[in-house]
Design a protein around this ligand. Structure first.
Ligand code: 13P
Ligand code: SF4
Length: 311
């Protein structure tokens, strides 16, 4: 029972006492984003995790992100407020099936989205995030065959944009999959001229209506630069918090799901993290992320290639 506890003050006290850094993804609740030391996209948070001199990393994001922090900084204690914070893309790609897929295509390299398990990273050649995928893909020789997993929408988007055939793993993000084309077009008609910014995890029927397509940090940059007063945002709606803080005079509308509003597009995994669980994680240094060393070393290879190639 935390009723007598000033959770915010305790988090402040414990982060100093533990020499902890709090990293948060843009899809976290506003109160968590506001107290984090760094808020960022998947690539930026990986870089912070690799470079920090803190003793403890409190990762407010999902499990594959906290795992990535541990892979890159194994000597640190990495805590995730709720270990159940998974990802539908990671769930879509069991390592043994991915291994069989690779073995069936021995002349292909595996270019793999960071939204996957450590075991799948260990079975991959190069990891990408949505902000680094385009730069990295362009460095791979044209005649090199590629398997891309686990997000078929990001893979399909890259494949179309760069006219490169890739074998796609059939995973999807349940959040971006839930946007409704019909409702998006209705919203667009209500706001003539308002651009749409979309994450490449969206399916093609959303991407095709979008004026900008990019990672969370890319979408935020677009929000800083677009002309006009209203932007339609086709990604997890908690990112709008950063836009409203930076640009209080403008209007940001989350793209709708089939019910006509954006609440159904909240990531249920990201939402498991709360201030109370963050406080308990800093207090108890639990739940901790642990990774078996041989898998970690293999996964680090493909992550290091990403960090080198993303420049
Ligand atoms: P980025 O922040 O790297 O764009 O990733 C989005 C995402 O879906 C994280 O789960
Ligand atoms: Fe996974 Fe989608 Fe949630 Fe990101 S938003 S953690 S890709 S389910």
């Amino acid at each position: 029972d935390l009723s007598g506890v000033d959770v915010r003050a305790e988090i402040e006290r414990l982060r100093k006492e533990r020499n902890a850094v709090i990293l948060a993804h843009y899809y976290q609740k506003p109160e968590i984003q506001d107290l984090a030391d760094y808020v960022g996209d998947s690539l930026e948070l990986s870089r912070k995790a690799a470079a920090t001199d803190a003793d403890v990393i409190a990762f407010c994001g999902v499990k594959f992100m906290a795992d990535t922090a541990k892979i890159l900084s194994p000597e640190k204690i990495v805590v995730l407020p709720d270990l159940e914070a998974g990802c539908s893309l990671e769930d879509s790609c069991p390592p043994e099936k991915f291994k069989a897929f690779r073995e069936a295509h021995p002349d292909h390299i595996a270019l793999t989205y960071i939204n996957c398990s450590t075991e799948v990273k260990a079975l991959s050649d190069i990891i990408v995030t949505s902000s680094s995928a385009e730069t990295i893909l362009q460095q791979i020789p044209k005649d090199q065959k590629i398997i891309f997993g686990p997000d078929r929408h990001l893979g399909g988007y890259l494949s179309r944009k760069f006219n490169r055939e890739m074998l796609l793993w059939p995973g999807v993000c349940i959040v971006h999959e839930a946007f409704s084309e019909t409702e998006l077009l209705k919203l667009k008609a209500q706001h003539p001229g308002a651009p749409i910014a979309a994450h490449p995890e969206c399916p093609p029927h959303i991407i095709d209506h979008s004026d900008y397509i990019g990672s969370t940090s890319g979408i935020l940059k677009f929000a800083q630069e677009f002309e006009g007063d209203t932007l339609i945002v086709a990604t997890e709606p908690h990112i709008i918090h950063q836009m409203e803080k930076a640009l209080p005079g403008k209007t940001f509308i989350g793209a709708p799901g089939a019910d006509g509003n954006c609440a159904c597009n909240i990531c249920p995994y990201m939402a498991l993290n709360t201030m109370e669980k963050l406080y308990l994680a800093l207090r108890d240094l639990q739940p901790r992320v642990e990774i078996e060393e041989s898998v970690r070393v293999a996964a680090k290879k493909s992550l290091d290639r990403m960090l080198e190639m993303a420049s």
